[in-house]
Write a protein that binds this ligand. Structure first.
Ligand SMILES: O=C(O)CCC(=O)c1ccccc1C(=O)O
Ligand SMILES: [Mg+2]
Length: 351
C-alpha cells in the first residue's frame, strides 16, 4: 500500500509542478504530462498569409491553463524549442500580472488586390491603424502603392510590413514612393539584414523603421538595437520563448526608448491569450498591437474574440473541445507534431 502511495504522490507532484530548471528558473513538466493533454488542430484560413491557407498548431493543457505550440513547419528544432517553452509557460505558469484589460490592435491586410481591401478591413471594426503587407514575391511596387492607397481611404494611419523582402535600394525607392502622398506610421522589416536596416535609417531619417525578423529570428535580439537598426520593436511571444522573456526584452528595449508592438504569429485563440496577456503586462503601450489575426481563420478553436472599438479583451479564452475535435489534424500531421514536441522537449530538458 505504502509504495503505491509514494509513486502516485510523485506523479501528482509532476503533474502540478513539473521541475524548475536550475539554469533558467522555469518550469519543465514531464514529457508524458506535456503530451497527455496535447491536441493537434488544423485551422482553415480565409486568405493566403505567409503562403499558407491552413494553420496547424498543438494545444497543450496544463495546471495553469492552455498553451499553444505552433512553430512554423520550416523552422528547425532549436528555433522551435523556444515556441515550446512558450507553450509550457502558458500552461504551467500562466500569465504575468496585467496592467490593462483591453488592447488596441491594428487591422492586418495581406498582400491582396486593392479591390479586396475593403472586405478585409470590414473584419476589423473600429481599428484606427492598419498594417499592410508589401514586397510580396511576384508582385510589383505598383501593387503595393495601390493596396496602400486603398487602405488609406478607409484607415489613414498605415504601417507596412515587407518581411525583409526588399534590397536596400528597393526599400529606399519603395518607401519614398509610399510616403509621397501621406506619411507611414513605420515600415516593418523593409530589408532582411541588420546592416541594411541601419543604412536605410541613415538614408530615410524621416521614416520610422521597425524590426520583426531581426528580433524574433536572431540569436541575440538586442543586436539590432545596439547596431541602431530600428525605431520600433515588433515582438512575438512564442518565438521569444514566452510572455516573461518578452517582458524582459521589453525592459531592455524600453531602456533604449524603443516602443513595442506585440504581434501574433498567426496564433489560434489560445496562442492569442498569451500575446494579449504580454501586451497587458507591458509598463507602456503606445502603439496598436498586431493581435487581430484571429479573423483570418474560417473557424478557430474558440468563438472569435470580438473587436470592440478596435480593441480586444485580455480575458483568456478556453478552447471549445467540440471545435478542437472537429478541427483535429490528419493522423500523419498529428504524428509529425508529436514527434516535433518530443525533439524540442529534449532540447529544453538539456538546458
Ligand atoms: O502584425 C500583424 O498585424 C499580424 C501578424 C503578422 O503580420 C505575422 C503573422 C505571422 C507571421 C509573421 C507575421 C509578421 O509580422 O511578419
Ligand atoms: Mg512582420
Amino acid at each position: 500500500m505504502r509504495p503505491l502511495c509514494v509513486i502516485l504522490g510523485a506523479r501528482a507532484l509532476n503533474i502540478t509542478h513539473g521541475r524548475r530548471s536550475r539554469n533558467t528558473g522555469r518550469v519543465l513538466p514531464t514529457l508524458t504530462d506535456l503530451l497527455a493533454d496535447a491536441h493537434v488542430v488544423s485551422l482553415p484560413m480565409r486568405v493566403r498569409f505567409r503562403g499558407i491557407t491552413t494553420r496547424e498548431v498543438v494545444l497543450i493543457e496544463g495546471p495553469a491553463g492552455w498553451g499553444e505550440f505552433g512553430a512554423f513547419p520550416e523552422y528547425d528544432d532549436a528555433e522551435a524549442a523556444q515556441w515550446l517553452r512558450s507553450a509550457i509557460e502558458s500552461a504551467w505558469e500562466g500569465p504575468p500580472p496585467a496592467l490593462r484589460n483591453s488592447i488596441p490592435v491594428n487591422a492586418t491586410v495581406p498582400a491582396l488586390d486593392a479591390a479586396q481591401v475593403a472586405g478585409v478591413l470590414a473584419r476589423f471594426p473600429g481599428a484606427t491603424t492598419a498594417k499592410v503587407k508589401v514586397a510580396e514575391p511576384g508582385q510589383t511596387l505598383d501593387d503595393d502603392l495601390q493596396r496602400v492607397a486603398a487602405v488609406r481611404e478607409l484607415i489613414p494611419n498605415v504601417r507596412v510590413d515587407a518581411n525583409g523582402g526588399w534590397t536596400l535600394d528597393e526599400a529606399t525607392r519603395a518607401l519614398e514612393a509610399l510616403t509621397r502622398d501621406a506619411p507611414l506610421e513605420y515600415a516593418e522589416q523593409p530589408c532582411a539584414s541588420v546592416d541594411d536596416l541601419v543604412e536605410l535609417r541613415r538614408r530615410l531619417p524621416q521614416i520610422r523603421i521597425a524590426a520583426d525578423e531581426s528580433i524574433r529570428r536572431a540569436d541575440d535580439p538586442m543586436r539590432v538595437v545596439r547596431a541602431g537598426g530600428l525605431d520600433v520593436a515588433v515582438v512575438k511571444v512564442a518565438p521569444l520563448g514566452g510572455m516573461r522573456p518578452l517582458l524582459a526584452i521589453g525592459d531592455q528595449l524600453g531602456a533604449h526608448g524603443i516602443p513595442l508592438v506585440v504581434s501574433s504569429a498567426l496564433d489560434s485563440a489560445v496562442g492569442m491569450n498569451a500575446g494579449l496577456a504580454a501586451a497587458a503586462a507591458l509598463p507602456e503601450l503606445e502603439l496598436a498591437c498586431g493581435l487581430g489575426t484571429g479573423g483570418f481563420f474560417v473557424r478557430d478553436v474558440a468563438a472569435p474574440r470580438e473587436l470592440v472599438a478596435g480593441s480586444l479583451d485580455v480575458e483568456p479564452v478556453v478552447p471549445d473541445m467540440t471545435a478542437v475535435r472537429e478541427l483535429a489534424a490528419l493522423p500523419e500531421r498529428e504524428q509529425w507534431w508529436r514527434d516535433r514536441v518530443r525533439r524540442c522537449y529534449r532540447l529544453l530538458a538539456e538546458n
